[in-house]
Design a binder for this molecule. Structure first.
Ligand code: ARG
Length: 273
């Protein structure tokens, strides 16, 4: 690994669950602020061993802003800033837009009526130059057309139907060398078929329902390192047998908002293969 990827993260200063926009959220079961802060600090420390952590500040009116994966989608030095489906998250947009502008990233436009939730729904393949876009629950499939045109890259679109797996990064995770972790149960027959035709069988790593519920697919892959909330013995063994190093970093307080390790970071560089 020669260059370290930069990961954008946001300390959970104002993180809480005050609205419910996915089935994991229950405003009566709020995360514990101290535990959330401790878990986040530990996650930063773990990721900092192999990546460079870049921070942005949380806006008080945006409790979900800690999920920087949804700030936008960065690819080859340019960014598409997110346009959230739910009004609850729309206050995050100007903050992230300003951050990207100040960071000097080139802006890529997306038509105004197209909802797009950034790297929560758009994932960079680490095996070949192509993107995966989840749509149906948050992002609009037309975002795929815009991404394809802007970056001149093939985009495979996968329809999401299970509200529990509302962003593609909750059930699908490209890893180094074209390996892909995914939870088949989150997809209907058609997207499952697309995954099978585009990713060779030996590169597909199926995650069990129990692992999926612990957000195992919401992982950050950096070269041979894979960071996730929790991995069963079986999943750990599978990943290790291929040569990956699994780092568990518990983020249970963030699961209360429907997010985990991957949601809490945004890769500003192209993932290392
Ligand atoms: N509460 C947030 C939402 O529902 C969680 C976002 C998680 N982010 C992600 N990339 N999956 O929008």
């Amino acid at each position: 690994m020669n260059t370290r990827n930069r990961l954008l993260m946001c300390a959970p200063e104002f993180f809480t669950v005050q609205y419910e926009i996915n089935p994991w959220m229950n405003a009566q079961r709020k995360p514990d602020a101290v535990a959330a802060s401790d878990q986040w600090q530990q996650l930063v420390a773990n990721l900092a061993a192999v990546a460079e952590i870049v921070l942005c500040e949380q806006a008080p009116e945006a409790p979900d802003m800690v999920f920087t994966a949804n700030a936008g989608f960065v690819f080859e030095g340019r960014v598409v800033v997110s346009r959230f489906r739910h009004p609850e998250r729309q206050p995050e947009q100007p903050h992230f837009a300003r951050w990207f502008a100040e960071a000097g990233l080139g802006l890529v436009g997306c038509p105004e009526d197209v909802r797009f939730e950034g790297a929560g729904d758009c994932l960079v393949d680490c095996g070949e130059r192509r993107l995966w876009l989840g749509h149906g629950l948050r992002s609009d499939p037309r975002a795929g057309v815009a991404l394809q045109a802007a970056f001149d890259v093939p985009v495979h679109t996968l329809t999401l139907a299970d509200t529990r797996y509302y962003h593609l990064d909750t059930c699908f995770c490209p890893l180094a060398d074209g390996y892909t972790l995914y939870y088949p149960g989150a997809f209907s027959a058609e997207p499952q078929m697309l995954i099978r035709t585009r990713i060779p069988a030996e590169k597909r790593i199926k995650v069990s329902r129990a692992d999926a519920r612990h957000f195992a697919c919401n992982a950050v892959g950096l070269g041979e390192h894979v960071f996730m909330n929790r991995a069963s013995k079986a999943l750990r063994k599978t990943l290790e047998s291929i040569g990956f190093e699994v780092h568990e970093t518990p983020v249970s307080e963030f699961l209360r908002a429907g997010g985990a390790v991957k949601c809490l970071s945004l890769n500003l560089d192209d993932p290392m293969a």
